[in-house]
Design a binder for this molecule. Structure first.
Ligand SMILES: NC(=O)c1ccc[n+]([C@@H]2O[C@H](COP(=O)([O-])OP(=O)(O)OC[C@H]3O[C@@H](n4cnc5c(N)ncnc54)[C@H](O)[C@@H]3O)[C@@H](O)[C@H]2O)c1
Ligand SMILES: [Zn+2]
Length: 360
């Protein structure tokens, strides 16, 4: 028998589900059997993750009727056209309403598989096996699924909660260094939003996390998911509170778009974006210099950029950020810091201070 992994429950009433965190989880038939109700499982993965982990997952799914879809790797394939390959296979296999879609991969595979599960026969079961740190700490909580449209990222989607999430820390051993750092940006974010003790813990354990120490990783994943789950549980469909999760993201998205998609990873934009939020907060007198420096030091220790790219000046930043602004009913709302672990949503930042931050 395997020891019980760390288990965290995302509390959403009848849609509550467990997140299991630990080593070697993808190999444990018992975990799949406990949560998958029917006999039919379609594993959706991609051409990078499939060769690494698919055979092991299939072995653990012994006794189920298993189908596989291997998608091309990359955000550019997160489209309705590519999504159709999942439906094609489900229909070809004649999978019925009791089937389960299992996402094996990072956030792209997770978002697409979850959306396919939300749509197929008006909704079937969904299990997540996230294999990037970002997917383990971010997309595995909250139930957001979807694909991109040529005119906007994640614009076509649905809320669809999984039956369970298996976050196997061993799968992170094959993750490229840059992707690991990108995931750490979201981890730091949770500490900054409302968990100062976790922020301090991260300052002490960043080296262990980057060395992929399984215990440190499991703790960071658990704490991150718990922090996100608390925010999501208070605000499942994103009315207010949940906006705090965008800390660093308004700046980060502008950097991602401004530099051309793919040049900066999402997490790298968020890393610099959090440092910019700290910088602006200091300019407003909300955050002390030592605190701002702690944010920069931790972000740098995670292997992330702490400054906006020189290529984007404040004028261009404001243009890029106006896109976010339109979405948010005409006012530029930013998530800033009134302390480490005390994020607030505000529309108060004066333009002059904002420009100074944007110019780095
Ligand atoms: N649903 C949500 O709440 C939510 C939250 C955050 C992000 N997202 C979405 O997630 C996506 C980003 O996710 P991501 O950062 O995981 O990117 P990703 O899925 O593109 O994965 C990053 C890269 O790592 C590879 N990879 C994945 N696991 C690996 C492993 N164990 N070993 C080696 N390589 C591996 C992937 O093939 C890919 O090349 C975006 O599309 C974003 O919109 C969704
Ligand atoms: Zn993010």
């Amino acid at each position: 028998m395997n020891p019980e992994p760390i288990t965290l429950t995302v509390d959403l009433g009848e849609r509550s589900y467990p997140i299991y965190i630990g080593q070697g989880l993808i190999d444990q038939p018992e975990l799949y059997r406990r949560h998958i109700p029917g006999r039919q499982v379609l594993v959706v993965t991609n051409e990078t993750v499939g060769p690494l982990y698919l055979e092991r997952v299939k072995a653990a799914l012994e006794g189920f009727q298993v189908g596989v879809v291997e998608l091309p790797d990359g955000e550019q394939y997160k489209t309705l056209e590519v999504l159709n390959r999942i439906f094609d296979e489900l229909l070809r296999l004649r999978f019925d309403r009791r089937c389960t879609l299992l996402a094996l991969g990072g956030g792209v595979v997770g978002d697409m598989t979850g959306f396919a599960a939300a749509c197929y026969q008006r909704g079937v079961n969904f299990v997540q096996v996230p294999t990037t740190l970002l997917a383990q700490v971010d997309s595995s909580v909250g139930g957001k699924t979807g694909v991109n449209h040529p005119l906007g990222k994640n614009m076509i989607g649905a809320f669809h909660q999984p039956l369970c999430v298996l976050a196997d820390t061993d799968t992170l051993n094959t993750l490229p260094e840059r992707e690991l750092s990108a995931g750490l940006a979201e981890v730091i974010k949770y500490g900054l939003i409302n968990d100062p003790d976790f922020f301090a813990w991260l300052e002490d354990h960043m080296a262990a996390l980057r060395a992929r120490d399984p215990e440190a990783l499991a703790y960071a994943i658990e704490r991150s998911c718990a922090d996100k789950a608390a925010v999501v549980a208070a605000d499942e469909r994103e009315a207010g509170q949940r906006a705090l999760l965008n800390l660093g993201h308004t700046f980060g998205h502008a950097i991602e778009t401004g530099m051309g998609y793919g040049a900066w990873l999402h997490g790298e934009g968020v890393g610099a974006g959090m440092c910019m939020a700290a910088d602006l907060s200091e300019r407003l007198g909300w955050l002390g210099t030592p605190e701002r420096e702690r944010v920069e030091r931790l972000t740098a220790a995670a292997g992330l950029p702490v400054k906006p790219p020189a290529e984007i000046d404040s004028g261009r930043f404001l243009e890029l950020m106006a896109v976010d602004k339109k979405v948010m009913d005409g006012q530029l709302r930013l998530v800033l810091l009134k302390g480490l672990g005390a994020a607030v949503v505000t529309a108060e930042a004066p333009l002059e201070a904002l420009k100074a931050t944007l110019d780095g």
